[in-house]
Design a protein around this ligand. Sequence first.
Ligand SMILES: C[S@@+](CC[C@H](N)C(=O)[O-])C[C@H]1O[C@@H](n2cnc3c(N)ncnc32)[C@H](O)[C@@H]1O
Length: 254
Amino acid sequence: MILFLLTTTLIIWCPGLALLLSGVEVPHATQSAASRVLSQPFAERWPYSPDDLIPQDASNDQLFYLVPKFVQHAAEESRSALTTYYDCAIPENAAVLDLCSSWTSHFPPKQFERCAVLGLNPLELLANPSKTEWTVRNLNRDPKLPYDDNEFDVVTNSLSVDYLTKPLDVFREVSRVLKPGGLAAMAFTNRMFPTKVVPVWLAPYTEDSHARIVANYFHFAGGFEDISVADVSPPGWVGLRNPMIVVAARAAAP
Ligand SMILES: C[S@@+](CC[C@H](N)C(=O)[O-])C[C@H]1O[C@@H](n2cnc3c(N)ncnc32)[C@H](O)[C@@H]1O
Protein backbone atom coordinates (compact mmCIF):
# COMPACT_ATOMS: atom_id res chain seq x y z
CA MET A 1 0.00 0.00 0.00
CA ILE A 2 2.78 2.41 0.99
CA LEU A 3 4.68 1.49 -2.19
CA PHE A 4 1.52 2.12 -4.28
CA LEU A 5 0.98 5.56 -2.68
CA LEU A 6 4.64 6.46 -3.15
CA THR A 7 4.63 5.43 -6.82
CA THR A 8 1.35 7.25 -7.51
CA THR A 9 2.64 10.39 -5.78
CA LEU A 10 5.89 10.30 -7.71
CA ILE A 11 4.01 9.87 -10.99
CA ILE A 12 1.76 12.86 -10.22
CA TRP A 13 4.59 15.10 -8.97
CA CYS A 14 7.30 13.95 -11.35
CA PRO A 15 5.60 13.30 -14.69
CA GLY A 16 9.02 12.69 -16.28
CA LEU A 17 9.09 9.32 -14.52
CA ALA A 18 5.98 8.13 -16.36
CA LEU A 19 6.88 9.22 -19.85
CA LEU A 20 9.03 6.39 -21.18
CA LEU A 21 6.47 4.15 -22.87
CA SER A 22 7.83 1.17 -24.84
CA GLY A 23 11.09 3.11 -24.91
CA VAL A 24 9.44 6.21 -26.39
CA GLU A 25 9.57 9.49 -24.47
CA VAL A 26 6.04 10.89 -24.70
CA PRO A 27 5.96 14.30 -23.01
CA HIS A 28 2.26 14.88 -23.72
CA ALA A 29 1.08 11.54 -22.25
CA THR A 30 -1.15 11.83 -19.20
CA GLN A 31 -2.40 9.46 -16.51
CA SER A 32 -5.91 8.09 -17.03
CA ALA A 33 -8.00 4.95 -16.60
CA ALA A 34 -6.73 3.85 -20.03
CA SER A 35 -3.06 4.48 -19.24
CA ARG A 36 -3.41 2.39 -16.08
CA VAL A 37 -4.98 -0.74 -17.58
CA LEU A 38 -1.68 -2.59 -17.59
CA SER A 39 -1.54 -2.45 -13.80
CA GLN A 40 -4.00 -5.38 -13.99
CA PRO A 41 -2.44 -8.71 -15.00
CA PHE A 42 -3.32 -10.38 -18.31
CA ALA A 43 -5.80 -13.25 -18.29
CA GLU A 44 -4.32 -16.73 -18.50
CA ARG A 45 -6.13 -17.53 -21.74
CA TRP A 46 -7.28 -15.58 -24.80
CA PRO A 47 -10.43 -13.94 -23.41
CA TYR A 48 -12.53 -13.55 -26.59
CA SER A 49 -14.94 -15.86 -28.37
CA PRO A 50 -15.14 -16.15 -32.18
CA ASP A 51 -18.38 -14.11 -32.10
CA ASP A 52 -16.57 -11.24 -30.38
CA LEU A 53 -14.63 -10.72 -33.61
CA ILE A 54 -17.39 -11.03 -36.24
CA PRO A 55 -18.73 -7.57 -37.18
CA GLN A 56 -22.39 -6.92 -37.86
CA ASP A 57 -21.44 -6.37 -41.50
CA ALA A 58 -19.12 -9.28 -42.24
CA SER A 59 -19.30 -8.78 -46.00
CA ASN A 60 -16.15 -8.08 -48.01
CA ASP A 61 -14.46 -4.95 -46.61
CA GLN A 62 -13.33 -4.00 -50.09
CA LEU A 63 -16.94 -3.17 -50.99
CA PHE A 64 -17.32 -0.94 -47.93
CA TYR A 65 -14.14 0.95 -48.84
CA LEU A 66 -14.70 0.92 -52.60
CA VAL A 67 -15.48 4.62 -52.78
CA PRO A 68 -12.56 6.70 -51.46
CA LYS A 69 -13.30 8.55 -48.24
CA PHE A 70 -11.16 11.67 -48.19
CA VAL A 71 -12.30 12.53 -44.69
CA GLN A 72 -10.66 12.72 -41.27
CA HIS A 73 -11.62 10.21 -38.59
CA ALA A 74 -10.75 12.28 -35.50
CA ALA A 75 -10.84 15.94 -34.51
CA GLU A 76 -7.90 18.14 -35.37
CA GLU A 77 -6.42 18.46 -31.86
CA SER A 78 -6.52 14.66 -31.43
CA ARG A 79 -4.83 14.09 -34.80
CA SER A 80 -2.23 16.65 -33.88
CA ALA A 81 -1.55 14.79 -30.60
CA LEU A 82 -1.06 11.61 -32.64
CA THR A 83 1.36 13.35 -35.00
CA THR A 84 3.34 14.55 -31.96
CA TYR A 85 3.43 10.96 -30.66
CA TYR A 86 4.75 9.72 -34.02
CA ASP A 87 7.35 12.49 -34.00
CA CYS A 88 8.59 11.16 -30.64
CA ALA A 89 8.39 7.50 -31.70
CA ILE A 90 9.70 7.40 -35.26
CA PRO A 91 13.40 8.11 -35.71
CA GLU A 92 14.72 10.01 -38.72
CA ASN A 93 15.36 7.75 -41.75
CA ALA A 94 13.30 4.88 -40.31
CA ALA A 95 11.65 2.18 -42.41
CA VAL A 96 7.97 2.52 -41.55
CA LEU A 97 4.86 0.51 -42.39
CA ASP A 98 1.38 2.01 -41.88
CA LEU A 99 -1.39 -0.62 -41.80
CA CYS A 100 -5.05 0.13 -42.58
CA SER A 101 -3.72 3.25 -44.18
CA SER A 102 -5.50 5.86 -46.27
CA TRP A 103 -4.76 9.31 -47.69
CA THR A 104 -3.18 10.32 -44.35
CA SER A 105 -0.92 8.50 -41.90
CA HIS A 106 -0.71 11.47 -39.48
CA PHE A 107 3.08 11.30 -39.70
CA PRO A 108 5.22 14.38 -39.10
CA PRO A 109 7.03 15.80 -42.15
CA LYS A 110 10.14 13.71 -41.46
CA GLN A 111 12.57 11.99 -43.77
CA PHE A 112 11.84 8.24 -43.87
CA GLU A 113 14.09 5.72 -45.55
CA ARG A 114 10.91 3.96 -46.58
CA CYS A 115 7.22 4.43 -45.86
CA ALA A 116 5.03 1.53 -46.98
CA VAL A 117 1.28 2.07 -46.68
CA LEU A 118 -1.21 -0.80 -46.85
CA GLY A 119 -4.97 -0.42 -46.94
CA LEU A 120 -8.07 -1.05 -48.99
CA ASN A 121 -8.60 1.94 -51.23
CA PRO A 122 -6.00 2.56 -53.96
CA LEU A 123 -7.00 6.20 -54.54
CA GLU A 124 -6.63 7.00 -50.85
CA LEU A 125 -3.23 5.27 -50.68
CA LEU A 126 -2.00 7.04 -53.81
CA ALA A 127 -2.86 10.39 -52.22
CA ASN A 128 -0.91 9.64 -49.02
CA PRO A 129 1.92 12.24 -48.89
CA SER A 130 4.14 10.14 -46.58
CA LYS A 131 4.20 6.99 -48.70
CA THR A 132 7.11 5.70 -50.75
CA GLU A 133 5.15 2.55 -51.76
CA TRP A 134 1.59 1.32 -51.42
CA THR A 135 -0.28 -1.99 -51.37
CA VAL A 136 -3.95 -2.89 -51.43
CA ARG A 137 -4.66 -5.83 -49.13
CA ASN A 138 -7.70 -6.97 -47.19
CA LEU A 139 -6.19 -8.04 -43.88
CA ASN A 140 -9.45 -9.66 -42.80
CA ARG A 141 -9.27 -11.99 -45.82
CA ASP A 142 -5.48 -12.37 -45.95
CA PRO A 143 -3.62 -11.30 -42.82
CA LYS A 144 -0.22 -12.27 -44.26
CA LEU A 145 1.83 -9.12 -44.82
CA PRO A 146 3.59 -8.95 -48.21
CA TYR A 147 7.00 -8.15 -46.69
CA ASP A 148 10.04 -10.12 -45.59
CA ASP A 149 11.08 -10.69 -41.98
CA ASN A 150 12.74 -7.81 -40.08
CA GLU A 151 12.09 -5.14 -42.73
CA PHE A 152 10.67 -2.31 -40.61
CA ASP A 153 11.72 -0.16 -37.65
CA VAL A 154 8.15 0.95 -36.92
CA VAL A 155 4.70 -0.41 -37.78
CA THR A 156 1.69 1.82 -37.15
CA ASN A 157 -2.07 1.44 -37.36
CA SER A 158 -4.14 4.59 -36.88
CA LEU A 159 -7.81 4.56 -35.94
CA SER A 160 -8.42 1.12 -37.48
CA VAL A 161 -7.32 -1.65 -35.10
CA ASP A 162 -11.00 -2.11 -34.15
CA TYR A 163 -11.78 -3.36 -37.69
CA LEU A 164 -9.38 -6.33 -37.58
CA THR A 165 -11.27 -9.61 -37.40
CA LYS A 166 -8.10 -11.74 -37.25
CA PRO A 167 -6.09 -9.56 -34.87
CA LEU A 168 -3.77 -12.29 -33.61
CA ASP A 169 -2.74 -13.26 -37.15
CA VAL A 170 -2.10 -9.63 -38.07
CA PHE A 171 -0.18 -8.88 -34.87
CA ARG A 172 2.01 -11.98 -35.39
CA GLU A 173 2.75 -10.70 -38.86
CA VAL A 174 3.60 -7.29 -37.42
CA SER A 175 6.13 -8.87 -35.07
CA ARG A 176 7.58 -10.86 -38.00
CA VAL A 177 8.14 -7.87 -40.29
CA LEU A 178 9.54 -5.68 -37.49
CA LYS A 179 13.25 -5.72 -36.77
CA PRO A 180 13.95 -7.05 -33.26
CA GLY A 181 13.34 -4.11 -30.93
CA GLY A 182 11.20 -2.36 -33.56
CA LEU A 183 8.10 -0.50 -32.41
CA ALA A 184 4.46 -1.38 -33.15
CA ALA A 185 2.04 1.46 -32.31
CA MET A 186 -1.73 1.07 -32.52
CA ALA A 187 -3.62 4.35 -32.10
CA PHE A 188 -7.36 4.69 -31.61
CA THR A 189 -10.01 7.24 -30.77
CA ASN A 190 -13.73 6.95 -30.03
CA ARG A 191 -15.06 7.25 -33.58
CA MET A 192 -15.82 4.22 -35.73
CA PHE A 193 -17.98 2.66 -38.42
CA PRO A 194 -20.34 0.72 -36.09
CA THR A 195 -21.28 -2.05 -38.53
CA LYS A 196 -17.63 -2.82 -39.33
CA VAL A 197 -16.12 -2.74 -35.87
CA VAL A 198 -15.60 -6.03 -34.02
CA PRO A 199 -18.35 -6.47 -31.38
CA VAL A 200 -15.89 -6.78 -28.50
CA TRP A 201 -15.03 -3.11 -29.13
CA LEU A 202 -18.63 -1.98 -28.55
CA ALA A 203 -19.31 -2.92 -24.93
CA PRO A 204 -18.09 -1.41 -22.74
CA TYR A 205 -17.30 1.50 -25.03
CA THR A 206 -14.54 3.05 -22.93
CA GLU A 207 -10.92 3.93 -23.64
CA ASP A 208 -9.67 1.65 -20.89
CA SER A 209 -11.61 -1.31 -22.30
CA HIS A 210 -10.22 -0.55 -25.78
CA ALA A 211 -6.67 -0.22 -24.43
CA ARG A 212 -7.06 -3.59 -22.71
CA ILE A 213 -8.27 -5.22 -25.95
CA VAL A 214 -5.29 -3.97 -27.96
CA ALA A 215 -2.86 -4.88 -25.17
CA ASN A 216 -4.40 -8.37 -25.23
CA TYR A 217 -3.78 -8.58 -28.98
CA PHE A 218 -0.07 -7.86 -28.36
CA HIS A 219 0.17 -10.18 -25.38
CA PHE A 220 -1.60 -13.18 -26.89
CA ALA A 221 -0.07 -12.82 -30.36
CA GLY A 222 3.35 -13.36 -28.79
CA GLY A 223 6.58 -11.94 -30.16
CA PHE A 224 6.23 -8.64 -28.31
CA GLU A 225 7.58 -7.16 -25.09
CA ASP A 226 7.36 -3.88 -23.21
CA ILE A 227 3.66 -3.29 -23.96
CA SER A 228 2.54 0.22 -22.96
CA VAL A 229 -0.44 2.54 -23.16
CA ALA A 230 0.04 6.25 -23.92
CA ASP A 231 -2.99 8.48 -23.38
CA VAL A 232 -2.22 11.56 -25.48
CA SER A 233 -5.82 12.79 -25.58
CA PRO A 234 -6.24 16.55 -25.76
CA PRO A 235 -7.73 18.13 -22.64
CA GLY A 236 -11.49 18.48 -22.36
CA TRP A 237 -14.56 16.67 -21.13
CA VAL A 238 -15.08 13.10 -22.22
CA GLY A 239 -17.87 13.19 -24.79
CA LEU A 240 -16.83 16.63 -26.05
CA ARG A 241 -13.51 15.61 -27.52
CA ASN A 242 -11.97 12.66 -29.35
CA PRO A 243 -9.51 10.83 -27.11
CA MET A 244 -6.24 9.58 -28.60
CA ILE A 245 -4.72 6.44 -27.11
CA VAL A 246 -1.66 4.59 -28.42
CA VAL A 247 -1.01 1.03 -27.32
CA ALA A 248 2.55 0.13 -28.28
CA ALA A 249 5.05 -2.70 -27.87
CA ARG A 250 8.51 -3.71 -29.02
CA ALA A 251 9.19 -6.74 -31.21
CA ALA A 252 11.03 -9.28 -29.09
CA ALA A 253 14.26 -10.82 -30.33
CA PRO A 254 13.50 -14.31 -31.70
C1 LIG B 1 -11.31 4.83 -40.07
S1 LIG B 1 -10.30 4.61 -41.49
C2 LIG B 1 -8.72 5.13 -40.88
C3 LIG B 1 -7.83 5.53 -41.98
C4 LIG B 1 -6.46 6.05 -41.57
N1 LIG B 1 -5.65 4.99 -40.98
C5 LIG B 1 -6.60 7.23 -40.63
O1 LIG B 1 -6.01 7.23 -39.56
O2 LIG B 1 -7.25 8.21 -41.01
C6 LIG B 1 -10.19 2.87 -41.62
C7 LIG B 1 -9.16 2.40 -42.59
O3 LIG B 1 -8.92 1.02 -42.37
C8 LIG B 1 -8.72 0.38 -43.58
N2 LIG B 1 -9.23 -0.98 -43.45
C9 LIG B 1 -10.44 -1.34 -42.98
N3 LIG B 1 -10.59 -2.67 -43.06
C10 LIG B 1 -9.45 -3.15 -43.59
C11 LIG B 1 -9.01 -4.44 -43.95
N4 LIG B 1 -9.82 -5.51 -43.79
N5 LIG B 1 -7.78 -4.61 -44.49
C12 LIG B 1 -6.98 -3.52 -44.67
N6 LIG B 1 -7.34 -2.26 -44.35
C13 LIG B 1 -8.56 -2.08 -43.82
C14 LIG B 1 -9.51 1.15 -44.62
O4 LIG B 1 -8.88 1.11 -45.88
C15 LIG B 1 -9.54 2.56 -44.05
O5 LIG B 1 -8.60 3.36 -44.69
